[in-house]
Design a protein. Structure first.
Length: 293
């Protein structure tokens, strides 16, 4: 198959590129905004037609959650309009689309893990546009797979894990929110699930994917510091009200992964196992950098 990967320079896109080497049975077209503007309908149609694309993994997204509240137009173009354009273009070729979405489509008032068929109720521009992207893609392409994920991190790009390691080394004290509950997702694990879905054969519908287990941002930070060997920074718990932000975050966004596990036979690691793997890689990169420095 000829597979288009958008957002190839992001966290998930980079992890997908690593997996491509292990899955040489497909041809991959890795693009970012410089090589394909997914908000340009003509460019999208030409690229998909000229390269005989069979399927698309849309890793591109506007993810600056707080900035989105004041940058609504661009956020909507990337998160809502672009998935629909991609879906319309690939439908013409009877192809498939994997659209990566978010836990922010829920407002976080649940106290048990969200299943795929529960009512959505986004409470931010980011969540609203991502939900619109889901709906537009599914309406335009019959072979669309939506994968909602949460708290994504990786060895690539900027993310919470890297930020907490940096701040932990710079600061003696750090306040982190303890009353927002969810599950971290290692982008490599998500990429493996995506590749497994492709190789199994796309079963259209909405799916949830994160690592297993549950924690708060405070718990997550404590684990990051422990694994990174940071002992000089005191992490204190904060209420959400003590750290106001332009965008509302779900207070509880644990995702039920039963559907994707049973449909594709996927086993998902616990978040601490995957975090350890990521931190070990980051520590190795730092040691290598120190040697070269």
């Amino acid at each position: 198959m000829n597979i288009l990967i958008t957002g190839c320079n992001g966290q998930l896109g980079n992890e997908m590129q690593l997996l491509e080497k292990e899955n040489p049975q497909h041809n991959y077209f890795n693009t970012d905004v410089s090589s394909l503007d997914i908000t340009d309908e003509t460019a999208v149609n030409e690229f998909i037609c000229n390269n005989n694309i069979d399927g698309i993994v849309n890793c591109a997204a506007y993810t600056a959650v707080d900035k989105a509240e004041s940058d609504k137009e661009l956020c909507r173009k990337i998160n809502a309009d672009a998935p629909k354009l991609l879906a319309e273009a690939i439908e013409k070729r009877d192809g498939w689309l994997i659209q990566v979405s978010t836990d922010y489509v829920f407002n976080g008032t649940n106290h048990t893990p969200y299943t795929e068929d529960e009512p959505t109720c986004p409470d931010s521009t980011y969540g609203e546009t991502k939900l619109a992207g889901e709906q537009g893609a599914m309406a335009a392409c019959g072979r669309t797979m939506i994968i909602r994920t949460a708290w994504l991190y990786s060895t690539f790009g900027n993310n919470f894990v890297k930020t907490m390691i940096r701040l932990g080394k710079e600061k003696e004290s750090l306040g982190v929110i303890f009353d927002q509950i969810g599950t971290p997702t290692y982008a490599r694990d998500l990429a493996v699930a995506i590749m497994t879905s492709i190789n199994h054969g796309i079963v259209p519908g909405i799916y949830h994917f994160s690592n297993e287990g549950v924690c708060s941002w405070y718990d997550f930070t404590k684990a990051i510091h422990r694994m990174a060997g940071i002992t000089t920074c005191h992490v204190r718990p904060l209420h959400t009200s003590e750290y106001p932000t332009p965008a509302c975050r779900p207070a509880y966004s644990v995702l039920d992964k039963t559907k994707i596990k049973t449909t594709y036979g996927i086993e998902i690691p616990h978040w601490e196992e995957s975090l350890q793997e990521c931190v070990d890689i980051l520590n190795g990169q730092e040691r290598e950098g120190n040697k070269q420095g």
